[in-house]
Design a protein around this ligand. Structure first.
Ligand SMILES: NC(=O)c1ccc[n+]([C@@H]2O[C@H](COP(=O)([O-])OP(=O)(O)OC[C@H]3O[C@@H](n4cnc5c(N)ncnc54)[C@H](OP(=O)(O)O)[C@@H]3O)[C@@H](O)[C@H]2O)c1
Length: 277
């Protein structure tokens, strides 16, 4: 079976560099998709309270027969639960739905106009101390948000999960993370499909005999980021996992670097303050 590289986070916890994301997988389909992924060899699942499918992820893990400690599970605190008391209740629900403590738990969005994410981060520190999660991190944090956590709290986030793909390469934010021991997780790694018909990427795919999705996922891995592409299709789950018997040369890496357009597929974290209704 393929061996996925492990990344060591700043508290010593290790995370498989490649996993499965389950955003926009309907709860009724989630258990089967996760079982299919575990069958392919995936051992890292990225979910969130917002996705509404944590319980089905937990059911798939329980049914898989694979030891829980062989699977890395991430969830995220929802935007409606930043208040520390609400965060405690939401976290208890996640731990229950996922069948036990989490491996990684993130603040999903900083919500800068709504509350103070530093208070939320202090609640996250409490959850780690209580053993509800092995590591804590953030998602969609910009450099000033991260800087406040560094200045005002005692725990450096283990990861920052941000939108990254060839059209939004995020080099300053990734470099800031590297400098401070914060691993970058790249969400929407294939830009939800937007990069798949790019002529430059199609050319590299033809040259390597791989699909565009594989080329782009391989590019993320070679940059050192953690990725968890989403697919509901067994053949694509296999395709997205089959990344470890080829590499990109310097010309190909340079051609992909030149595609950066600082163009987001998703919301801008400085402006996104949406609370689920
Ligand atoms: N923290 C955050 O705010 C945040 C935001 C967005 C996403 N995420 C995380 O990142 C994960 C991945 O991001 P994402 O789901 O937005 O986008 P993505 O993984 O970049 O793209 C998923 C889309 O690409 C299609 N696809 C997947 N593999 C393919 C392949 N080999 N060939 C052709 N099409 C393929 C999927 O369709 P099919 O399913 O039909 O195959 C789906 O429509 C999420 O699931 C979630 O865990 C986090």
């Amino acid at each position: 079976m393929t061996t996925v590289p492990q990344i060591t986070l700043n508290n010593g916890v290790t995370i498989p560099q490649l996993g499965l994301g389950v955003f926009q997988i309907a709860p009724k389909d989630t258990k089967q998709v996760v079982l299919d992924a575990l069958g392919v060899g995936y051992r890292h699942i990225d979910t969130a309270q917002m996705y509404g499918n944590e319980r089905e992820v937990g059911e798939a893990i329980a049914e898989s027969g694979i030891a829980r400690d062989e699977i890395f599970v991430t969830s995220k605190l929802n935007n409606d639960a930043h208040d520390p008391e609400a965060a405690r209740a939401a976290t208890a629900r996640s731990v229950d739905a996922l069948g036990g403590p989490l491996d990684l738990y993130l603040i999903h969005w900083p919500m800068p106009a709504v509350g103070d994410f530093v208070d939320t981060w202090r609640a996250m520190e409490e959850f780690a101390e209580q053993g509800l999660t092995r590591a804590i991190g953030v998602s969609n944090f910009q450099i000033p948000h991260l800087q406040r956590l560094l200045d005002e709290t005692g725990t450096v986030p283990a990861v920052n999960q941000i939108e990254v793909h060839p059209y939004l390469q995020q080099n300053p934010l990734r470099a800031f993370g590297r400098e401070h021991g914060i691993a970058t997780e790249a969400w929407s790694p294939i830009a939800q499909g937007d990069v798949l018909d790019d002529p430059v990427l199609l050319g590299i795919a033809a040259d390597t005999g791989r699909s565009v999705a594989q080329v782009v996922l391989r590019w993320h891995l070679e940059r050192g980021d953690i990725v968890f592409p989403k697919s509901s299709h067994p053949e694509r789950l296999r395709e997205n996992f089959d990344l470890f018997d080829f590499s990109l040369n310097d010309d190909q890496l340079a051609a992909i670097a030149a595609l950066n357009a600082d163009r987001r597929r998703g919301p801008n974290p400085d402006e996104f303050n949406w609370i689920p209704g």
